[in-house]
Design a binder for this molecule. Structure first.
Ligand code: ADP
Length: 370
């Protein structure tokens, strides 16, 4: 369509159509192109712009646009893009690029580009038109998948390497008639536990990612649920002489019971795990002015430096990578909490200062409160 319109404009120059028709076609072209969400740039054989739309101006940025229209291709500064236009003009063929990075206001965005030749009625090429389609989100999702697989492989390899090493030693000892080293079996058992936890969390996340996981919301008593979970985890707290106190300023929350239990367990487990022995943990349920239900879990642990707060809920993110992998966590607990809260239409965030403990807040939207 675009090509046809450009073609017509060319024909008109040869006097075959009236000025009104040319204007009408130009208006038609502008309306059409303004409605397209992709950035469009058409250039002549020398690379001077014949046409570009608003999205292209956004892509290039106002400061570069102001540097003069004759240099648009150079302003893009990307040799791959310039070559794509050059190739199309010289060869008269379509040229495509999958994901070219373009810096926009210090942010790297990715565009797919398809450049097509512009032809006169005699088929000679007088320029090229390129369509830039934003594929940044796709590219980021792809990168996340790649990182995730790399992380999972790494997390699996560590306990597997330990299991393999200790079993081989046990087999060698057995052949040499040495006595059975039970501490080796304990290491193996601990690493198998870790693998099982990891697989459980991975399966949980993948179920929540898939569409088969439906939340079944019900009216849940905040007190009944919290008391039950805290008593189930009593051993964990007693093992570190930690006390747990509760406050119920709101009676009910509308949520999926299994998922909410998981949120509480994960946050309480962290509060205990990362706090020293003798600390205290406080669980508060309350409603804010908008009627949203808030669940707060506060501890008197070491706190989390502010620079980690943004990334804390990412899969496999740990503040102290080496040490915290050893403490037994999978690095997925908070990612699961975030996922569950998002599925409920709510949110989770952390407030923490070094040396002053941490406070995790889960917010349930008021449209689901009971
Ligand atoms: P993990 O399985 O390692 O506990 P999480 O996703 O639950 O993974 O937590 C991610 C990281 O956040 C932890 O490794 C830890 O560094 C930090 N963290 C979480 N909760 C707390 C807390 N209450 N106090 C201090 N650090 C915490």
């Amino acid at each position: 369509m675009l090509k046809r319109l450009f073609g017509k404009v060319e024909e008109t120059k040869e006097g075959e159509e009236s000025i009104e028709e040319v204007r009408a076609q130009r208006d038609e072209l502008s309306t059409l192109v303004a409605g397209i969400s992709d950035a469009i740039l058409a250039v002549d054989r020398e690379g001077a712009p014949l046409f570009y739309n608003g999205q292209f101006a956004v892509l290039v940025g106002p400061e570069r646009m102001n540097q003069g229209r004759s240099k648009l291709l150079e302003m893009i500064r990307d040799p791959d893009i310039v070559n794509a236009f050059r190739f199309t003009i010289e060869e008269g063929r379509i040229y495509q690029l999958k994901a070219v990075p373009i810096l926009q206001k210090d942010k790297k965005k990715f565009y797919s580009l398809s450049v097509s030749p512009l032809r006169r009625p005699d088929r000679s090429v007088y320029g090229a038109v390129g369509m830039f389609h934003d594929v940044t989100e796709l590219k980021l999702a792809e990168q996340m998948r790649i990182d995730f697989v790399a992380n999972v492989s790494h997390e699996l390899r560590t306990p597997l390497t330990a299991i393999k090493g200790y079993t081989d030693t046990l087999i060698a000892d057995e052949k040499l008639g040495r006595p059975l080293e039970t501490s080796f079996l304990e290491v193996i058992s601990r690493n198998v536990d870790r693998l099982m936890l990891l697989i459980r969390d991975l399966l949980d996340l993948s179920t929540m990612d898939s569409s088969i996981d439906h939340l079944v919301k019900e009216k849940i008593s905040t007190e009944e649920l919290t008391t039950r979970i805290v008593s189930q985890m009593q051993q964990t707290f007693e093992g570190k002489q930690q006390s747990v106190t509760t406050t119920f300023n709101t009676g009910f929350v509308q949520a999926d019971l299994k998922r909410l239990e998981q949120v509480l367990v994960n946050l309480l487990d962290n509060a205990s795990k990362y706090s020293p022995a003798g600390g205290s943990i406080h669980v508060v349920w309350e409603a804010d002015e908008e009627g949203e239900i808030l669940l707060r879990i506060e501890d008197t642990g070491p706190g989390i430096p502010a620079e980690h707060h943004d990334r804390l809920f990412e899969r496999f993110y740990r503040v102290d990578k080496g040490r915290q992998r050893e403490t037994g966590g999978t690095g997925l607990g908070l990612a699961i909490v975030k996922h569950i809260m998002q599925r409920h239409g709510g949110a989770v965030w952390v407030q923490s200062d070094m040396g002053r403990g941490s406070r995790f807040t889960c917010q349930f939207p008021n449209d689901v409160t009971g």
